[in-house]
Write a protein that binds this ligand. Structure first.
Ligand code: SF4
Length: 513
């Protein structure tokens, strides 16, 4: 019985920016008796199903965007006689759909790593259950990924998770509902072991792939300190202390390492935290800005963000502490008007945002926005017999780009203006101006290359509808990705000592985590 773990994707670029985590985590959770799993990341190349034999297990992890591709793989794998097991956020939300469309024998909901050995045992015995509930496991139980199975020369950045869950409740986001609002932090030693394993392989850029790297804001501490019961305050203080401890340990790693994470804007009000980030060489962070107006923020339940000039000051605070911001903006909010698009790009440039992404409001399953849409929608249009409230079942080429009706703009206008925002922010002169953040000419050239790559990978392919405008960026992205990879990787350090479970550095090299 061979175990295949497949990360589905319609688009394959040959080179990928960030290592996917879940297949390497499940590989680590796979008992030795089932051999080394065969991992297929379709963002690199498509899965050759001829490799599947009767009795194999094909594990497919899906989120909403790649569900349709995952279903196709599931059906074909089952037709070849394999046990088909689905997991991931989308499977957790729609287990019946996964069985119907993906021909799943079994669906795993929640965190998969602890329940995975049981799923494999049941498949080996010929009687998998229809449902397995992985639940929400504690941070101390997170399994470290088997990075020794990574293919050589395919990825630019490694990824390590340090915390799951987010205490906020933004209306467009499913993280707080699926991963929970209670932050589940991994031990510092476990994180450092994984990071070290990646640096040994030559990865010096690491994404701290967290829902929110800053799970305890100063305002949370303040609110908790006013309660008579001290328990919550102490718990939050402990979480905060652990964050600082982690950053101290990251700072001790080889000095060519660079980290990037995802964080809420409140961190800008916490100079002590930002200073620790700088020392840890966390040089960049994705910040969900979403909207530049207070009305827009209210619409997405993100009132804790700043707007207008206050927003500019917050974003500049990151820069002042050496943390580059990848600002994420949403277009198509009910409060947006035609002038919002240019105003957003202007603000992003004025605030010194290093990278930006402009996404169109999409009601993702598991979010409050989706629940409201599904509940209130009447006379929902269909494409090829599929109602729009199940848009992920529509083939990507036929899928609309905008789903929610807007009070003052048509879908085409939102799409075109969003495309123009990308074009403006990533125009060559604008990129060159921003590239002053790099010290050398070579550094500036690298910045330009990476900015163009980012735009081609994430902008045109997602927004454009004309096939030429989709195909050209894909080719460019493929070419640029190959070039950019060389900028990120470093010489492997196979002798770099890996701390043991207690966090102690071994005196002689040990095997990767
Ligand atoms: S968008 Fe960010 S801050 Fe809001 S709930 Fe999701 S992870 Fe948390």
């Amino acid at each position: 019985m061979r175990v295949h773990l497949v990360n589905p994707s319609d688009l394959a670029f040959g080179t990928a920016v960030i290592t996917p985590r879940w297949p390497y985590v499940l590989a680590a959770a796979t008992p030795e008796r089932y051999g080394t799993p065969h991992i297929v990341d379709e963002t690199l190349e498509h899965f050759d199903l001829r490799q599947v034999s009767p009795g194999d297990v094909v594990g497919i992890g899906i989120h909403t965007a790649n569900a349709l591709r995952g279903y196709r793989i599931g059906r074909e794998a089952r037709a070849r006689g394999a046990w088909v097991v689905f997991g991931g956020i989308h499977s957790t939300l729609f287990p019946d759909e996964v069985r119907e469309h993906g021909a799943a024998h079994a669906v795993v909901s929640g965190d998969g790593e602890l329940v995975w050995p049981r799923v494999l045992d049941d498949c080996a015995a010929g009687s998998p259950l229809e449902r397995y509930d992985g639940g929400r496991i504690a941070g101390s139980e997170f399994v470290s990924a088997r990075w020794d199975l990574l293919p050589a020369d395919r990825y630019m950045w490694g990824s390590v998770q340090t915390v799951r869950g987010c205490p906020k409740h933004c209306s467009f986001c499913s993280v707080w509902r699926t991963d929970g609002q209670k932050p589940r932090q991994r031990s510092v030693a476990a994180v450092i072991r994984e990071v070290t394993a990646l640096r040994r392989l030559g990865f010096r850029y690491i994404l701290l792939a967290d829902d929110n790297f800053y799970p305890v804001a100063l305002s949370d501490l303040e609110a908790a300190s006013r309660r008579a019961d001290r328990t919550r305050h102490e718990m939050l203080l402990a979480l905060r202390r652990e964050r600082f401890e982690l950053m101290e340990r990251l700072a001790e790693l080889p000095d060519d390492m660079v980290f990037f994470t995802q964080i809420t804007m409140e961190a800008a009000e916490d100079p002590e935290f930002l200073d620790a980030m700088r020392r840890a060489r966390i040089r960049g962070a994705l910040v969900g800005i979403e909207s530049v107006t207070p009305e827009g923020l209210k619409a997405v339940y993100k009132n804790f963000n700043s707007a207008g000039e206050d927003l500019v000051a917050h974003l500049q605070a990151f820069r002042a502490h050496g943390v580059h911001v990848l600002g994420s903006f949403i277009f198509g909010l009910p409060t947006d008007t035609p002038s919002t698009f240019d105003a957003t790009v202007d603000l992003a440039r004025r605030a010194g945002v290093t990278f930006a992404q402009f996404v169109m409001l999409t009601p993702f399953p598991g979010t409050l926005d989706f629940a409201k849409w599904e509940k209130e929608a009447t006379g929902i249009p269909e494409v090829d017999g599929v109602p729009l409230t199940r848009y992920w079942l529509i083939p990507p080429s036929r899928r609309p780009k905008i789903y929610l009706p807007h009070p003052v703009m048509q879908a085409a206008e939102i799409r075109e203006r969003t495309q123009r925002a990308w074009d403006r922010f990533y125009a060559l002169p604008a990129i060159w101006e921003r590239s002053v953040c790099a010290r050398s000419l070579r550094g500036r050239a690298a910045f330009v290359l990476i900015s163009r790559l980012y735009r081609h990978m994430y902008a045109n392919t997602g927004i454009a509808t004309a096939s030429a405008r989709v195909a050209r960026p894909r080719r460019r992205a493929r070419l640029l990705a190959g070039l950019a990879r060389r900028l990120f990787v470093a010489r492997p350090m196979p002798d770099l000592p890996v701390p043991d479970q207690s966090g102690t550095i071994a005196t002689r090299p040990s095997a990767p985590a």
